[in-house]
Design a protein around this ligand. Structure first.
Ligand code: PEP
Length: 241
């Protein structure tokens, strides 16, 4: 059974004063039986050292260093104390035109720096309505997940774009269908595909977490808005434990 993971994506939110939320969370879950990951803005990664949980970046460049003003490399994230990095979040794909090939290159850069990549995939509302969800998922998995992926260096996050930050959540059957499809693809492709963690993401909160975590092949969640406050994220961690 894959180890369960509750991952929080703070997006472009959080100042040093927000670290108190992680401190509160650490006090409440000091003996947690699940893995907890916080992905704060890069400016806060160093300050999170020693705060009990795994810390991740929200993006990395494909290169280790070089003339890329404003970018951050996987090696820099690792140097600051991160052990994970999100790659291919839909906001990166949309706002920065990241393609599946870019996401694969970023994920490989993460592996090369010793980080675990949380590779994000998911269909848009138009794709869901056209009935092409599983085709989109297949293409994203085939092209965004490097051949060098393992259960140790990779987590797959299924995040339907239409569910991110909207309060809309797919039905349990819809989540189950996609997660079992992803599991089958990972089993086809990787010897340790059974152990690769598959997260659901998109409007997860305390009130719907238990139902989502009861779905087969859901090994945890990638949480945006509800990860910013200790009380909200704590309810999700409790549902996963
Ligand atoms: C996300 O940003 O990955 C996400 C799932 O956001 P939210 O939980 O706010 O929908």
């Amino acid at each position: 059974m894959p180890r369960k993971l509750a991952a929080g994506n703070w997006k472009m939110n959080g100042l040093r004063s927000s670290l108190v939320e992680i401190q509160k969370l650490a006090e409440r879950h000091s003996d947690t039986s699940v893995d907890v990951l916080i992905c704060p803005p890069a400016t806060l990664i160093e300050a999170c050292r020693g705060l009990l949980f795994d810390i991740g970046g929200q993006d990395c460049h494909t290169a280790q260093s070089g003339a890329h003003t404003g970018d951050i490399s996987a090696e820099m994230l690792s140097d600051a104390g991160a052990t994970y990095v999100l790659t291919g979040h839909s906001e990166r794909r949309t706002d920065h035109g990241e393609t599946n090939a870019t996401v694969a290159a970023k994920s490989q850069a993460a592996y090369d720096a010793g980080l675990t990549a949380v590779i994000c995939i998911g269909e848009t509302l138009a794709e869901r309505e056209d009935g092409t969800t599983l085709d989109v998922i297949d293409q994203q998995l085939a092209q965004s997940v490097p051949d060098t992926a393992t259960a140790d260096n990779t987590v797959i996050a299924y995040e339907p774009v239409w569910a991110i930050g909207t309060g809309k959540v797919p039905s349990s059957d819809q989540i189950a269908e996609v997660h079992s499809h992803i599991r089958a693809r990972m089993l086809d492709r990787f010897a340790d595909g059974a152990d690769m963690r598959l997260l659901y993401g998109g409007s997860v909160k305390g009130s719907n977490a238990a139902e989502i975590f009861s779905i087969a092949n859901v090994d945890g969640a990638l949480v945006g808005g509800a990860s910013l406050k200790a009380d909200d994220f704590s309810a999700i961690i409790n549902a996963l434990e």
